[in-house]
Structure formats: C-alpha cells, structure tokens
Design a binder for this molecule. Structure first.
Ligand code: DUC
Ligand code: ZN
Ligand code: ZN
Length: 461
C-alpha cells in the first residue's frame, strides 16, 4: 500500500517548504502540491514538520564493556530510537585483541541479526592493528560495507591502540577511501590521574571527572589531527566535549585540513555540576565526562560555524544496579549513559526553539551530515524522490516531560529526568512503513535492516 503525507512542512538540510509526499514500497516516489492518489493511506501533516529520519552514528548496543554489557540490545535500543525519531543507528563492532576483525563482526552479527526494529550499520573498532588485520581492511570496506574504523586513544590494555598502530591503520584505510574515527583522550594521563586519585582515597564519581581534565582531550585531539594530516586519511573525532579539543580542530583548519567532528547531546546540555551529587552522579559517569558551561558555548558555536558536523549520543546505558558496581570506587562505574531516544527532541527544544540553530542545521546535524560522511546519502539523510521513506512527522508545539517512567530505553533512570521538552515525534516512518504512531509501535522486531555503506564521497560533502 502507498502512503500519502499531506501538507507537511518539509525540512531538509537545504529546504523548507510545504508539500505532499507520496511513498510507494519503501521509497519516496513523488513530492509535490496536491498529489492525488486513490490507493493511499493518507496522513495529515498540516501544521507539522517532516524531517528525514534521524541517524545516530554513535551508539553501543549490547556492548561488552567493563565486565558487563550495555543494557539496551538491538531490540530495545533501536525500538527506543524510533520513538525519538532516529530511524538508523551506527553501532561499534569491537575487535578483541589477538583476534580478527571478522571474528568480532560475526559476534556482533549474532547479536544483531533479526533483532532490530530500526536500520543499523557498523563501524569497526580496531583494538589491535597488525599484519593480519591489515589484510582485512579492504574486505571490510568493499564486501561488508563498513567504511569507518574506530580507534580508542584511551583504555590501555583493553581498547587502546598506540600511535604506531594508529598511523599504520590510517595508511591502510586511506588506500580504500575509508574514514578513521577516534575516541580522542590521552589514556595514559587519565590512567595516571585515576591511580593517583584512588591512592589518595578519592573514590566518589566526582573523581571520574577530575581524572579527565580538558587537556587530556585536547592533547589527543591535536595528536590525532596531526597523524591524520600526515597520512592523509579522512579523520572524524567522536563525542567531542570541550573547547580545548575544538580549538585543536580550528588550528588544523589553518593548514587547510578537513576534520569531521561529532559532539553528543549531553555535552551541549549538561555540565559538570552534576558531579556534585554524591553517588547519584554515577548516572553521568561517561567518557569523556560532562564539562563546563564555557565548553557548551564552544560546541554550540562550533555547530554554528560548521566545524561540528554531527550531534550523536554515545548511547551506552547501564542499569542502576550495574552502576552500583562502582559504589566504592569511581573507576569501576561502567562508563556510559542513555540518550538514543531523547536526542532529536532535546536538540529541537533546546537548540531550534532557543534560537541556537536553524531548522536546516537541525537536520544537518541529526541526519544529513552523518548520512554523507558515513556513505548512506541520499538514500538516507534527506527527503527526495528516490530516497528511503524514513521520515519523522513532528509536532513542534507538543510539550512533554522526559522520565524513566515513560521512556522506552532499557534503563531505570534518565539523565534528563523531569526536563520539559517542546516538540514531539508523532509519526515515524521507516522505509515506507509507519513504525511509530502516537506512542505505539507498528512494526515487528527484525524489520530493521543492516545497511551496507559506501566510502564517503567528496561529492556528498
Ligand atoms: N565512553 C563511554 O562513556 N561509554 C562507552 C565507551 C566510551 O568511550
Ligand atoms: Zn568513546
Ligand atoms: Zn562511544
């Protein structure tokens, strides 16, 4: 059956106009004024915005980490994402040191296959770059559609790679047009500060924050930019949280370098004063930690200036019981927080309605840029004839309150409990099907598809 969306205000990264959208099969087949068709289900979108489905390129579903697993799996995580207007996520496959990339990919497939509500793709996190892994890079890009390779400059012993491996990986990925992304913090400095704080008996969550000062992020960001400049690979910094790191990007632009930057919704809206709440602050123990008001101002400015390209979540929830494993030692609190469901509505309410960003910029940073950078544009990230019918029909006036009692993420608290938000995702379509309508789900588990990606093209920037 076809679907006709009537009279919505269509917003893309470039456009803003009122029209009808006709959907046939999984695709947008026509856009125009007064489209007539007899076989359609009609959705009245008068007075509402129609956005491209959100793309969150930084989530951790069912992720083995710090002795436990993140509490949202493919089923609960992608379902919650749909409620919040995110129709596609990109998760991180994580190589186990000493094993191949393919063995990690197979492990992730065994958790994701047939379980997702929403569409998903993978980044490959390389934790052990060696001669065997080097031979797998081409196939990852060309056969598996995994065009982005994540590195960790922190978490020595588990996830971190050293600079020698980083440069080797960058050289190999560059050959095939892929991207190298990084968690840019100086792991050794952080480990030193964590050990120092623990030895001095400083064990509260506050010391998680104090063990990762801004310099740990700005130093690693600058080092990553330098290595990417040297090798010529396309670089992307994930979850940037602070002014110092952004200034490293500004410096790199002076030598004509292009670096993609992602921040996350929590770094725009929350600050380090939340670490003054005793153990309750464990809710916001994530890496990097929340920062200061001046860092929020810098990140908003970076979005405005076009040097911050993506607003993601780093969705990595842990139930309160899991967080409690660090009750007596901040270094044992699993790092991460929920957010996959809240990103679009929070950014609209706090960004668009508070005049920090335009509607077009909202689309740019919630879907269009991620689609371009990670190679799924224009199938996703825009509203155009021939694009996937991934759409959010959004009521800009409806108010609601964020709460763990009503959210759909598998997490028994919210980092935004009690926040009043204006603007709500009313109807969400995924590849031509109504996935969510008025707070109810209409698709089955397994509808979400694995999306193979193509290397980022300069023509899509
Ligand atoms: N940071 C987090 O907070 N959680 C998962 C991994 C990471 O880098
Ligand atoms: Zn990270
Ligand atoms: Zn992450």
């Amino acid at each position: 059956m076809s679907i006709l969306i009537k009279n919505g205000r269509i917003i893309t990264a470039a456009d803003d106009y009122i029209a009808d959208i006709l959907i046939e099969n999984e695709i947008i087949s026509a856009i125009g004024k007064n489209i007539h068709t007899t076989t359609s289900r009609i959705i009245d979108a008068e007075g509402k915005f129609v956005f491209p489905g959100g793309i969150d390129p930084h989530v951790h579903l069912d992720m083995p980490f710090m002795g436990t697993f993140s509490s949202d799996n493919y089923e609960t995580g992608t379902r919650a994402a749909l409620f919040g207007g995110t129709t596609m996520v990109i998760d991180f496959v994580i190589q186990t040191k000493g094993k191949s990339l393919y063995s990690a990919l197979n492990e992730w497939k065994s958790r994701s296959d047939g379980n997702a509500y929403g569409d998903y793709a993978f980044h490959m996190a390389v934790t052990d770059f060696n001669e065997n892994v080097k031979t797998e890079i081409k196939d990852m890009i060309e056969k598996e559609g995994i065009t982005s390779f994540k590195t960790f400059m922190a978490y020595r012993g588990s996830l971190m790679i050293d600079d020698r491996q980083m440069v080797g990986l960058m050289n190999e990925v560059k050959k095939y047009g892929g991207i190298v992304t990084t968690h840019a913090t100086n792991g050794d400095m952080i480990d030193y500060l964590v050990a120092k704080n623990r030895s001095e008996g400083n064990l509260a969550p506050l010391y998680h924050y104090l063990s990762q000062p801004e310099i740990t992020e700005s130093e690693a960001t600058g080092r990553f930019a330098d290595m990417a400049h040297y090798t010529g690979v396309i670089p992307y910094v994930v979850h940037m949280s602070c002014e110092g790191a952004l200034n490293q990007i500004r410096d790199a632009t002076k030598r004509n370098q292009k670096i993609f930057v992602e921040t996350c919704i929590q770094y725009l809206l929350l600050d380090a004063s939340l670490y003054d709440r005793g153990f309750e602050s464990a809710k916001w123990v994530m890496s990097p930690p929340l920062r200061e008001k001046k860092d929020q101002a810098a990140l908003w400015a970076g979005i405005d200036q076009g040097i911050v390209h993506v607003v993601a979540t780093d969705h990595c929830p842990f139930a309160w019981e899991q967080k409690k494993s660090g009750e007596h030692d901040f270094s044992k609190i699993p790092n991460g927080a929920p957010g996959i469901e809240n990103r679009m509505e929070l950014l609209f309410s706090e960004g668009v309605l508070k005049d920090k960003i335009s509607l077009n910029k909202f689309v740019e940073v919630t879907s269009a840029n991620a689609a371009r950078i990670f190679g799924v544009y224009p199938a996703k990230g825009t509203i155009a004839v021939g694009s996937d019918a991934d759409l959010v029909i959004f009521d800009p006036n409806e108010k609601h309150t964020i709460s763990a009692k009503t959210h759909h993420m598998n997490c028994d608290y919210s980092g935004y409990e009690g926040w009043e938000v204006t603007g709500k995702c009313k109807t969400v379509l995924l590849r031509g099907k109504v996935a969510v309508d008025n707070d109810k789900v209409f698709i089955e588990k397994g509808y979400g598809q694995y999306i193979k990606r193509k290397p980022e093209s300069k023509h899509n920037r």
